[in-house]
Design a protein around this ligand. Sequence first.
Ligand SMILES: O=C(O)CCC(=O)C(=O)O
Length: 195
Amino acid sequence: MAERVALRDGAWLELWPELVPDHLVWLARLERELALEVERYRMFGREVASPRLVAWHGDPGSGYVYSGVFHEPRPWTPGLATLRDRVAGATGLTFNAVLCNLYRDGDDGMGWHRDAEKEIGPTTDDRWVASLSLGAPRRFALKHDGTGERWQRALGEGDLLVMRGTTQTHYRHALPKTKRAVGSRLNLTFRHIVA
Ligand SMILES: O=C(O)CCC(=O)C(=O)O
């Protein structure tokens, strides 16, 4: 492991900066390979469109509900399967699904949330979520529920961040929008879904 960051309450992070150095080649390839689309979901009784493009892929049976919508995964594409194996090889972890988010520019982002659906595992004490970022670096932030303490870092250009332990229980995370001119960034969060 390249770097370990201890957080509170049984949570920790693992980082592999630039795990995928040829990230721009991968970004172009996956933009062609994936059916990335705006997602529509209900928030406070209103239908809203996601400020990013989304695709969900994985093994059969690795679907689950998020943003109030059941997501049945599409099959692994060759490119996603190769990157999954690269991430699994570096981390020693296993993954059966991936959520892909394309942030086209600084107007795209993701608000504070946690990935703590009951299907995300393998256990509640260690829900591992491996986040691979291709393309332009963007600020990623984590906030502790009790203290409000933050950890943040620019992630892009092939960086891998793995959220481990109880990160999803005691912290929220976000990808804030930015007024800066930024290029597109594709984030892949590899997950271990328990049926
Ligand atoms: O794009 C990112 O770095 C964050 C993605 C994320 O929060 C998620 O998939 O749950």
